[in-house]
Write a protein that binds this ligand. Structure first.
Ligand code: 5GP
Ligand code: MN
Length: 334
């Protein structure tokens, strides 16, 4: 029996299934969670999606009301963990990725845990692990679960829509190196199942707010520094600046990629002051310019070779000095 069929058997045998994903939910963690939820429902079972925190507003065209969060419904989530006899761990590779509020509950839950993920270096905390760093997204792996367990017939618009969004957002609209022929085969299956792809692109791309555009304009015009010799762009935004532009979750998500689009840039780094710390987002181009090591070694973070994140507890000016020193080391003048 293949691992995917084994996982479906675990679903069919379970009574209380909990689906988790990493903190600061993105399109892939939300998309894979909701896609798996609907698949489990199509199998005639129930599950509860429990995330550490609320997803970005830009995803609110998906059924976000099906996701309970520690941030807003701690009691429900805590009870779900206590009753759980099967926990899915989607789109993360180590327990610390669910954040402090959920990590303890996850680690102490004695039930079976199943990881489905595409990050490098998975920690060994699950009973079954589908860990495939060559996959474009966790959502792609959920489609594999549905297909390769012989349940392709259950794929419909409701299940396919969040999965399409997961693949779309984690591949920068199907353009990253992580996109393989198989990714397009899977996308074709989603369209054949009824996914209205044009509406999803519209919902993701044509729903800017005026304040988000103004914040982006300000960031680009006033707050982007280009280290020409190192081919790295750095954008920094303080709490006061974010507040001035009525920052909403998700408003800064595209900034690092936009800065990276400058011709000749090897990497772009966004520093934003959120929840009392400086959050760092790293984006880079090509196999020669990985950023996950920089994020892991110096900013208590990690991620993929060309998209990583981390944090700094130093104030913004000191964090900027630190990152500029590190940029000179990691991206030396050629
Ligand atoms: P973002 O810049 O969008 O927040 O994160 C980009 C990627 O970096 C995420 O998909 C995730 O893989 C990784 N990442 C972000 N923040 C962290 C962190 O604090 N720790 C680790 N290990 N990975 C992170
Ligand atoms: Mn992902």
């Amino acid at each position: 029996m293949n691992t995917y069929s084994h996982i479906v058997n675990e679903i069919l045998a379970a009574s209380n299934i909990v689906i988790t994903a990493h903190k600061s939910a993105d399109g892939d963690s939300v998309g894979s969670s909701l896609g798996l939820l609907h698949f489990i429902e199509k199998l005639g079972k129930d599950a509860l999606v429990c995330h550490p925190d609320q997803a970005s507003d830009f995803l609110d065209f998906l059924n976000l009301n099906r996701i309970k969060t520690m941030e807003h419904e701690a009691d429900k989530v805590t009870t779900a963990f206590q009753k759980a006899d099967l926990i899915f761990c989607l789109d993360y590779n180590s327990t610390e990725r669910v954040g402090k509020s959920m990590q303890g509950m996850l680690e102490s839950a004695s039930c079976k845990k199943i990881m489905i993920d595409h990050h490098l270096d998975p920690q060994d905390f699950c009973d079954i692990a589908v860990s495939d760093p060559s996959a474009s997204s966790t959502a792609e792996l959920i489609v594999e679960l549905i297909e390769q367990s012989g349940n392709g017939g259950l794929l419909d618009e409701q299940t396919g829509t969040p999965l399409y969004v997961g693949i779309l957002t984690d591949t920068g609209s199907f353009r990253f190196n992580s996109v393989k022929p198989r990714t397009h085969e899977i996308l074709a299956k989603l369209l054949a199942a009824g996914v209205q792809h044009h509406l999803l692109h519209e919902a993701l791309n044509d729903t800017n707010t005026a304040s988000r555009l103004r914040l982006q304009g300000f960031a680009m015009a006033e707050k982007m520094e280009i280290l020409e010799e190192n081919s790295v762009a750095i954008i920094s935004l303080t709490k006061e600046e974010l507040e001035k532009y009525d920052y909403q979750k998700g408003d800064t998500d595209s900034l690092a990629n936009q800065a990276l689009s400058i011709k000749g840039m090897k990497a772009a780094i966004l520093l934003s002051e959120k929840d009392g710390i400086i959050k760092l987002s790293f984006r880079s181009k090509g196999a020669d310019n990985p950023v996950n090591q920089l994020a892991a070694t110096h900013f208590d973070g990690g991620g993929h070779a060309n998209a990583a994140g981390g944090k700094s507890e130093l104030p913004m000016p000191e964090t900027l000095v630190k990152i500029k020193t590190l940029v000179k080391e990691f991206f030396p003048v050629k």
